[in-house]
Design a protein around this ligand. Structure first.
Ligand SMILES: Nc1ncnc2c1ncn2[C@@H]1O[C@H](COP(=O)(O)OP(=O)(O)O)[C@@H](O)[C@H]1O
Ligand SMILES: [Mg+2]
Length: 442
């Protein structure tokens, strides 16, 4: 049994019970007690007998007729003093009795009525009350009918609740199973909730969350794998170099060969340090939630980037086309410069003869910074993956041309932190065209 249904049933039962009491209370106040109406109808034969037969008798025969009625009727008709009758009635009915009306007591199956108001039936008759007991009154049936009515209404309310809650419950169960599986390490567990289900949006969110966690963990795993892989080569070379150095020093007393090897080892150490630095800055960007916002002139920042490119161009031509009115933008100028420099370093590395840096403002206020070159370009199927950390195209596996494969990952992170993005396409120059789009952030 699903818990939602149990709770709903209890609530429905409670609500119907409260509703039936409220209905009885309101109707009694507005139109009079419905059960008393029923009781009055059931006692109407006896009242008719009293009013139409006994009361219609001439004054001196009134008692005789009453006695006759007593003989044939199963109802007990007794004469009691008015003073004794009044305490037996609810206070609000006393006035009706005094006016000579029939006062019914449905629960006691009896009624009271004054013999007369003027005392003309017999001596002292105005001080007497006729008390009829054992009237054929039975409101039990009416109560049962009402009860059955409310129970049926309650049951019919519960049917849609049962259907709805069982669908809901099954959906929740399957979501909780997915959450459990995922928690136990099955990262590919996903909810398969139907689009029409009321919990579909929740399932959707959960799936998005699961997909994100899975991809983050996957990226983490790949990163760790690549890091160890990349660190292995220089470390192995260092170890090998050290071994040779030790042998050299043992065999010969010649210091120059040892010196050369030590220089090579130093170069390896520098490479190792560079890798660690790049890696650290990438992980730092990963952890950074928001960038420190300052306003800066984008044109100035881009010209500064061009300024530090000189040594990396190695004879290639660098053209710039930076719109004069490109204006200010808000963000972290160091991060933006870093991203642009990384793109330009790549372009300088892979260009055959020339590279171009251009920037302009779009109609929606965003800025596009474009770096393109006339190099080999990037095959369509690699255009997403090159932004992954450590990912390099085959041709750049060779250390002579490639770095560690972190430059584009860092540039991408910097753009994302500014609410922008980078994508790569083909340049009209023949090589790659990297487009960094940044919202102005102002
Ligand atoms: N302008 C470009 N032309 C051709 N290939 C490029 C260009 N920029 C990047 N790439 C490719 O993308 C890979 C990743 O670039 P990057 O992350 O900067 O790493 P790295 O420069 O350290 O190799 C490079 O190894 C290279 O294969
Ligand atoms: Mg690079």
């Amino acid at each position: 049994m699903n818990r939602i249904f149990v709770r709903f049933s209890l609530l429905v039962m409670l609500a119907v019970t409260v509703a039936s009491f409220v209905i009885y209370f309101v109707i009694s106040n507005l139109f009079g007690d419905p059960f008393e109406e029923i009781a009055l109808k059931q006692a109407s034969g006896q009242i008719f007998l009293l009013e139409q037969y006994v009361d219609k008798a001439p004054a001196d025969e009134w008692l005789q007729r009453l006695n006759k009625v007593r003989e044939i009727s199963r109802v007990k008709f007794e004469l009691i003093p008015l003073k004794a009758a009044l305490p037996l009635l609810p206070a609000k009915k006393e006035a009706s009795l005094m006016r000579g009306e029939v006062v019914l007591d449905a629960a006691d199956k009896s009624f009271f009525r004054r013999v007369d108001l003027a005392g003309d039936k017999y001596i002292g008759s105005e001080e007497e009350v006729i008390h009829a007991e054992d009237l054929p009154i039975d409101v039990g049936l009416a109560v049962k009918v009402e009860l059955v009515r409310y129970v049926i209404v309650a049951l019919f309310l519960l049917i849609p609740v049962a259907v709805w809650s069982s669908l809901h419950w099954r959906g929740l169960q399957s979501l909780s199973k997915v959450a459990r599986d995922f928690g136990e390490g099955n990262l590919s567990a996903r909810a398969t909730t139907k689009k029409t289900s009321s919990i579909y949006p929740l399932a959707e969110r959960m799936n998005q969350m699961a997909a994100r966690i899975e991809s983050l963990l996957e990226a983490q795993k790949n990163l760790m794998h690549s890091v160890s892989h990349e660190l292995r080569t220089p470390v192995a070379r260092l170890e090998f170099g050290l071994e040779l150095l030790r042998q050299d020093v043992k065999k010969t007393a010649d210091g120059s060969a040892a010196e050369a090897r030590m220089q090579a080892m130093e170069a390896d150490l520098i490479e190792l340090n560079m890798l660690v630095k790049e890696l650290l800055s990438l992980t730092r960007l990963d952890q950074q939630q928001e960038n420190r916002h300052t306003q800066f002139s984008l044109a100035e920042a881009l010209h500064d980037c061009v300024g530090i490119m000189d040594h990396a161009l190695s004879g290639k031509l660098l053209k710039t086309d930076i719109g004069a009115g490109i204006g200010l933008m808000a963000g972290d100028p160091r991060l933006i410069s870093r991203a642009v420099t990384n793109l330009m370093m790549n372009a300088a590395k892979y260009a055959s003869h020339q590279l171009v840096l251009s920037a302009h403002r779009l109609a929606d206020g965003a800025v596009e910074v474009i770096v393109e070159d006339d190099g080999p370009g990037i095959p369509v199927e690699e255009r997403e993956r090159i932004f992954d950390p450590f990912y390099r195209l085959d041709r750049s596996r060779d250390r002579a041309t490639g770095g560690f494969g972190l430059g584009l990952a860092i540039a991408q992170k910097a753009a994302l932190l500014h609410g922008g993005n980078i994508h790569v396409a083909e340049s009209s120059l023949g090589g790659a065209r990297f487009v960094m789009r940044l919202p102005s952030g102002l």
